[in-house]
Design a protein around this ligand. Sequence first.
Ligand code: ADP
Ligand code: MG
Length: 770
Amino acid sequence: MASLQDPLGPVVGAKAAGRLATGLDVRTVGELLRHYPRRYENRGELTDLASLQDGENVTVQAEIASVSVRRMRNRPGTVLEAIVTDGRGRLALTFFGRGRQDWREKVLRPGARGLFAGQVSTFRGKRQLSHPDYELLGDGEATVRAAEYAAELIPVYPATGQITSWQIADSVRMALDLLDIDGDPLPRAIRDRYRLVGLADALRGIHRPADRRDAERAKQRLKWDEAFVLQVILAQRRRAAVAFSATPRKRRPGGLLAEFDARLPFELTVGQQLAGATIADELGLDHPMHRLLQGEVGSGKTVIAVRAMLQVVDGGGQAALLAPTEVLAQQHYRSISALLGPLAQAGQLGGAEQATRLALLTGSLGAAARRAALHDAASGTAGIVIGTHALLEENVQFADLGLVVIDEQHRFGVEQRDALRDKAGDGRPHVLVMTATPIPRTVAMTVFGDLEVSTLTELPAGRQAISTHVVPAAERPRYLERTWERVTEEVARGRQVYVVCPRIGGDERAGDERAGDERAGDERAGDERASDERASDERASDERASDERASDGLSEDGAADQAAVRRPPLAVLDLATFLESGPLAGVRLAVLHGRLPPEEKDRVMLAFAGGSVDVLVTTTVVEVGVDVPNATTMVIMDADRFGVSQLHQLRGRVGRGSHEGLCLLVTEAEAGSPPRQRLHAVAATLDGFKLSRLDLEQRREGDVLGAAQAGRKSSLKLLTLLADEELIGHARQAATDLVDADPALADRPALAAAVGALLEHQQAEFLEKA
Ligand code: ADP
Ligand code: MG
């Protein structure tokens, strides 16, 4: 008998356990049984070969049409080529051998059907799998696993180079045969109410379904597990949060905030006033505020944050502002210093009477500056401390931390919020989270389930329109030339331009941004794979550890993969050299990327903000928050390499001043292809909410949760945040009721165990990221 927590070795054998561990990072019975099939093949029904995408890892069911063997021209040995067919399309299977490969020729007989697994590539115009794994079906006692293929549906698992779909199926069958489940994490009452099958039935049903309805029932129940366990954790968090106390920081007439408001050079929008009033009230309560402020790029979130921070300083406390990148932390420091003017110059000549001080704390500070900033924070001299992740470090202390503001939340996890919150000593600080990526309701319920939400729906008056166009550089080289002419014209008018590339370049391997302070996006994971591809020859391809799940996320539209076959993504350094010596000769051009030393980054950003640089060739380091009103044009190279929300964020860097914005999405993606359609969708609307839904539809949920960015496993495998909105709502209600009745889950050991396992998983994610 085996329980879900048991290690796999004794259950499936040491060899299979080893393969599962290295190939899939699956180590326990539970982890194996939560490695669900990605789809089911009907027995005997052949896979549509026309649907295969280059670069994709596939398992196909097909029939062998012909087999031929020839000698290799340039080295000893032979190539065996088997052509398989689905009745219409054809796919070549190629095997390289030192000798004659007679044995393989005997096995792969025309007319035989089998499952073939490998990575799809195109060689001399022909689709092929190089060195695929295979298993023939219904072909003699020895190779048939009667039990497996008696079933109507054959599960097809996300597999890797180290382990095939059918090897996984074998291990799963052994685990299911021995499985003994003690207790169901979903309470009986909830199962009855929503007509859900028990856990044991569900696990059997998803791996070895009798028919599609059986699989569907299983899936529905297992989705509930994912939604419910997460919602129980969030319900517990909400309960715990209410139980904490915080120091109330009520508004003080005649304080810094009042003085700031009096000096503000513009009227607050109605949205800003409303959100501001809610926040002001909550800061005055004796338990901590947990509020998410969402609003389009440029909707004026920073002013709201500054006003909240001043209210807390007026109340005798300090505020910390956490930014996702150095560039952004520095920019906040500069712009908030400017906004506050004499109000932030305590102890300086010209400082206002009740002024406070700002401190900036980032990883790149010199020792002396760092010591000074740490001192200002710890002594309370600095009312407002602005910084990056460096603020989370243990030696950072505050005299009386009253408010934590987190800018651009999607880059920080719940645990990081907690780390900063813990610096407040006994009580808890108030927390304000700001994001410019509009969040669909289900995501808000799932990812930010412990936060209340305020939304800014309007932009401050006088914001300029941004027009967006797709530039098809491959079909219309002239359009690209025109792009550079347009850039020159803008510069001649005294305006400034961003040119964004997906990669830095130089002598690094592709995917180098990871070293910088920005997020390692999925585009980059794709690039890294691309460089592997270039380095390896055909023979090595079957040894490559290419994770089907990861490639699935990338090739949802095939974008990264198709591009990878074409060429590596454009690099900042290469493009800058090209532009300087050609289309943009004579224009003042600078480069900005995550590999520059921080002082250099700061210097370049200042030069651009100050207008002494016309064109900034850069990576996504400018994505969030960067504010240069005189910048009117944004050219995004290889735009198909970026996610929808990322493009929208980038576009938000222009049209911020009194001049209209222009965004050009340069791409070589083919007309009509999914990546091309995606770009047209971005061009067609400025509605961030619409785009974030589109983005969500195309990404894996894990990315949304911040977990799977480095290809790690997400805890949400079946649940889709958009399609399962109703289920998530029900699960949230059920979880809240249950936690209200039994906060510690004392009567629910199976549920408590599931909650514990998920928390542990999240903790591991966090440690890995940190
Ligand atoms: P975001 O929400 O993207 O963080 P910011 O807070 O950076 O937006 O605001 C963008 C710009 O708009 C800033 O220069 C800011 O000073 C300005 N701004 C903010 N609120 C208003 C307003 N009510 N009227 C005019 N300008 C505003
Ligand atoms: Mg901002």
